[in-house]
Write a protein that binds this ligand. Sequence first.
Ligand code: GDD
Ligand code: MN
Length: 437
Amino acid sequence: MENGSGLLNGGLWKLSVLPAIKGRACCVPEQCASSERDVIVMKQSDTAEPSRTDVESPAPGVSKEGGGAVNSSVRTDLTVVVPTFRERENIRPLLEKLSSVLSGLSWEVIFVDDDSGDGTAELVREIAGGDPRVRCIQRIGRRGLSSACIEGMLSSSAKYLAVMDADLQHDESLLPAMHSALVSEDLDIIVGSRYVAGGGVGEWDRSRLWVSRFASRLSRAVIKAELSDPMSGFFMLPREVFQDIVRRLSGIGFKILMDIFASSRRPLRFRELPYTFRTRFAGESKLDTLVAWEFVMLLLDKLVGHIIPVRFILFASVGGLGLLIHLAVLYVCLHLVGLSFVMSQATATMVAMTTNYAINNVFTYRDKRLTGMRFSLGLLTFYMVCGFGAVANVGIANFVYWLDKAWWLAGVTGAIVGAVWNYAVTSVFIWTKPKKA
Ligand code: GDD
Ligand code: MN
């Protein structure tokens, strides 16, 4: 817990008696008049009191075992989860906008930052020190928009969860309408859409529009719902709906909404509300070509992930490419450079091993990508743990070559032995296996 227990208990006491002072029993924020909720929120920030997760501790004189009622009047109604990667300049403007549009609600915002290095997490913590509605989750050695959103949502115990970007491209003024639609109607999720009447993509060039539409079409392979904007990253849902789906989420890449729809066992009752995608306020977009690759990974995971782990498919594909590289180098060394077979095979093995490491680091394990010093250390570890594989590779290949002089068969056999070894060992020692729930 971030706050000292003295502060915590003092704060809880004040908050517990607040409804009594006002002469009304009020348990759940959305049942309170908005003015009352404002008072509760004000009291919380006035005293720099704990966030909602903290206030579930017992108040002074109320023991946990004693069955004393835990005050629920301070429950946060809405958590806005904002994934961030290098968004420092956008934090304050976003908070100002959220404060103004959400003033009638009891809300909090959780920034999930992947160790940006530009001071995003530090700034959020600094603000959070004076505002209990603001929280920060800093993930180290991890990357990924979707997984960040999932972890942010898991850390909330609010009744409703919203996800939006930090760069002000999503129109925050839609949040109250999303919230009231969920409160008043029997719906599982509200999606901010750029493609329903009244919405728009702002200043997009043709190519980005085309890519977005093409990706939406591909998503039909895994989403049955008639969503106009499955690529949207702006939505709100009740926490039970999220909890119900969370264990089946892939958490791969950028497309968390598509993941949610594709992972739900039952069709989700949804409503789309229009908004216009604005231009990024500050900083740079993280959308790059690898995001397209992650999109393919997500699609594959949803289509066949329950049969074969998608990482294995990718590792095997990279292995296939490595095999081509291996054979090409082997050919060059043997026939063009004129090295002995053992030397040629050893060289081809080293080259294939290095390229396989680099490609897997970028594609297969992008979310756990090793960079800088850790990349070099990982490569050294890779060489070391694969040393046995390489010896077996060269030994077996040399043996096959000695048997019938078929250089390509010898090369393939050696490479396969090496590849199986590499996958098993590296998934344990270099990029640790993703943990299944
Ligand atoms: N924690 C974390 N980790 N956050 C990330 C990462 C990451 O690896 N990559 C991006 N983000 C954060 C950004 O900081 C930003 O707040 C948000 O995710 C969106 O990233 P952008 O780089 O601004 O992406 P975009 O504008 O191209 O696309 C976004 O908007 C689309 C339209 O709604 C994404 O949210 C798409 O999913 C969405 O469809
Ligand atoms: Mn953006």
